[in-house]
Every structure is written in structure tokens, then in C-alpha cells.
Design a protein around this ligand. Sequence first.
Ligand SMILES: [Zn+2]
Length: 442
Amino acid sequence: MNTTYTPVIGMETHIELKTASKMFCGCVNDPFGAEAPNTHTCPTCLGFPGALVVPNRKAVDWTIRLALALNCEVSLESKFDRKHYSYADLAKGYQISQYDQPIGHDGWMEIGEGADARRVRINRIHLEEDTGKLVHEKVGGKDLSLVDFNRSGVPLVEIVTEPDFRSAAEAKEYGKKLQRIARYVGVSDADMEKGSMRLEANVSLTKGAVDYDDLPPYKVELKNINSFRFMAAAVEYEIARQAPLLDAGERLPQETRGWNEAKKETFSQRSKEDAQDYRYFPEPDIPPMRFTAEAVAAARAALPTLPDAHDAAFAALGLPADTRDLLIESADTAARVRAALDLVADQKKFVNWFVRNRAALADTAPDALAKRFTAEHTKAAVSDADLAAFVAAVIDENPDPVAEYRAGKEKALGYLAGQVQKKARGGADAAATTALLKAQLA
Ligand SMILES: [Zn+2]
């Protein structure tokens, strides 16, 4: 027997902020550009006992900005907490994170289109520090794990959704939209390959409709997947893997699984610890943060136009989704194209022209864009003398329509005007053509 299951999918995303310095010290925040491992380090980000932490103001401001872009409420009171666990890339034995007072909460994002559009809920967005990085290498014939602390203490934002996704495609759409928003508001490169954006999907199945008060007793976390495509494939694989196990009456464990792209399957990495294992407590070295409603309102007012707003404007022109995706990929492109729209006559034609030539037009200002388009698409206007000659020739060459017009058939005039336009290669003024035809046929 095959039960019908509904996928219950939630997303947890980590995004590294591209501030100049790290989260709690003055070290350079450039884990990818460093010339050598462990060069951007100090006693604070190496976790030496007694080293004091000072929060990065810009990282806090940017987290607020991202929270607002994701339609979150911003808490006017927030604080940092210690999350304890032991791992080789976490020198001090705890990570400074946020537990019960995240900077943002209760946001949403719209996914889907038209009649299928709906909101997925964002539970919270909080600020923490990234860990170091383990590098596995062979040294002198031995397999060693080396630690690079250049990434230790890089500001890291975590965004947690409710389990509102029902398919791999929805989860992927969310991930891509989140990436775009992080880039639009200028807080991160959100690069999946480099790991400055890291997606985790938790997947379980329930029978029939989802009951949020009675969610499945397990969830499988899919981690360390560095592309949207692989993430979607892993989610699909999990849905197919879990269904027959549940049908067979098995209790699925709470676990973390990775994705093996060569085998196209997920594999178990570890069983998942519960939240209380982390022994959270308020970070004693950082006072609680307070924000004024005015400051939050100012941050909201300073948000750039977001991708959805650009998308809606392009949709109003009747452009298909794939074209719109290209246009809104970067905030700069979307803004330039929309500014140029005001300067051209045929907006849809302009957009299609832009999309076809976008590589060559990457650095062009809106007014230059509009000028170039107009120059390429405006036919050279014909002179009055030429127009009169074209009209005379058309009357000569088309005795039948001429006779029809003279017999009272107005429609014939349109045909004749079309013939004039043909001779003028589209450069004839329509009103002048009609007036001339009427005058010569009178
Ligand atoms: Zn440091």
C-alpha cells in the first residue's frame, strides 16, 4: 500500500556578512582572499581566555536591514548568547549567537506566481559568528585535519523559516530569492560555492494535510550542499527515500544527511543533538542591545527597491518569467533598465533588445541605454519632397485601390498609406502621409 504523504520542509540559511572587519574583533574579514591560513587572527577570534569581544556595529545594522527586507519585525531589545559545543574549528568551546531574542522575527517571503503565489513564514533572523574551517590534507604521508581560523569570527546571519515548503522546487525558489535579496541590500555576496551562503533543508513527511500543531516526530536535515540544484535534488531524494520507510512502519531518526552528487543520493552524517545540549546562556561580555523605533523606521526607509517590486513592474509589461529573472538578477541592472523605460517609446521592445544585448550593455547608464536603443530603432525620417514623390508613385502604381477610395471606400486609403510607408522604409510620418494622399486624390 502506498500512503499519500505531504512533504514538510523548512529552511535554515547561513549568510556571511561582507563587513570590513570580523564580528567581535578588528581582524580583516576576508576568509577567501587571505594569502595564507591563520593570518587574519588575533587573541579574540582565536578564542584565547580573557580576550574581550566588541560587537561590530555595521554587522548589527546590516542584520536589521536584511530582516526588514524579509518583512520581519525588528526587536527593539536584543542580546547575544553563548551556544556551547566542542569542535576543532571552534577554539573557545562556544559560539556567540542569539537564542531567545533574535534581531528579527515573524517575517515572510512570497513564492510562486499569479494564482499560486503564497507567503512562506520566516520564523527568525539572528546574528552570530562563523567558525574556523577544517582542511583535510595529507602531510608527510599522513592524513591530517588542519584548522584555519581566518573564517573564525566572521559575522554570520542565520535565517530560519517555518516548515512551509511542500516541494524541492519551492525550497529552491526560496533559496534563490533569499540570495538575491541579500545581494540587493548589499550585505553579502551570498556565494554558494564559496560558502558565504549555506543552505540547509529539513525534510519530513506527514499523511494528508500539514497540521502545525502535530508535525512529524522527526526531521532529516540536509547539510553542506553547495548549489541550489543539488539541494533540490537532495530534497527530492529524501522525499522518495522516506515514504516507503514510513509505509513499512519504520520510525525515522532525527539525523543530518549530506548529498553525494556522484551517487545522486543522501547519506547519514550524524544523529542530531537537541537544542538544550547547547546550554545557551546570555553572553556576559556584551550588554543587551536596544534600538529605537525611529532608527528601525529609518533603516526601513533606506531599503533599496527590492527584487519583487522590480519583478512586478516588468510583469506589468507582459514579460515572461525567464526574461524577468535576467532583468532582476542584479539590483543595478533592474534599476538601470527601469530608469531607461521612462525614456523610450516602446518599452517591451526596449527590454527585449536589452536582454539580447545585455553583455555589451553591462556598464551603460540609463539615458545612454535609451539613446542607443532609440538610435538603433528609429528609421531615418524622410524629407517632405521625398514623401510627396512616394505618394505620387503609390497613386500611379495602384489604380484599383485609388478607384476604390474615390468610390468612397475609406479602407483603401489605409492600404495606400501602407505602400507609402514601405517605400519610406518606415520613416514616413503617418499623419503627413494621410494628408498628402487625401490632397492628391481629391
Ligand atoms: Zn580577530
